[in-house]
Design a protein around this ligand. Sequence first.
Ligand SMILES: N[C@@H](CCC[C@H](N)C(=O)O)C(=O)O
Length: 272
Amino acid sequence: MGVEFLKGHGTENDFVVLPDVDNELDLTEGRVRALCDRQRGLGADGVLRVVRLDLGPWFMDYRNADGSIAEMCGNGVRVFARYLVSAGLAPEGEFEIATRAGKRAVTAHPDGSVTVGMGPVRLTGESTAVLGGVEFAGVGVDVGNPHLACVTDVPVAGLDLRDAPSHDAALFPAGVNVEFVNVLADGGMNGAGELRMRVHERGVGETRSCGTGTVAAVASWLRGTGRATGAADVLVPGGRVRVTVDEGGSTLTGPAVLLARGELDRSWWDAL
Ligand SMILES: N[C@@H](CCC[C@H](N)C(=O)O)C(=O)O
């Protein structure tokens, strides 16, 4: 028997899903790297291993493409939820998913989109990122994982994100995801804003979307306007998501797509 897998994406942030109900797969760093490699593997930004916890909800074991472990992945939770529903392991509607950053409430909608309760958003201080010799002012934002969200007037579409932006390692000792954000429309006190974002993800490189990053982007934008709460649509290269930030938490709503399923060759897997 091969190793079961699915391929999915949320706004083109793509993942290999590994159903592992009984927690038996030995998911080494090398196996994650090989799976995510776009030439010698299936190709993905990360891996979502699906594990059933003894007493509680399903656990999302998220890994970055370089094999590193991250606390949370907003687009990944949507794809994970869509997998559970499609496999009959969770109902359409509301349920919970456990992550390393804590439990996340999800709502799987009939149109295929998923809303994720992203938990509290914590601002961790001002800092800067340097990209191509240019310094960008930003705000540290903890959404379960670390972000540096830089709202800028420099058009993000023209940035070269092939290399990682440099950051203050003292403020982000475990590395950081860096977002560059343009404000397209400022929603004022009650209306939703519209932002454009590109991201360089820790452990991956530039991706076409980052769910936790969009929440960080909205929190950083709101702070710049003197507000602590609000909502915005965030346009990323892979599509569009809706983010809300409230006093007690935040939400992320967007598409979740499963596009393939199959079996990994057991001898390929064993040799890794
Ligand atoms: N793409 C994800 C974030 C994945 C984890 C990140 N690279 C990190 O290391 O913190 C998302 O959609 O949130």
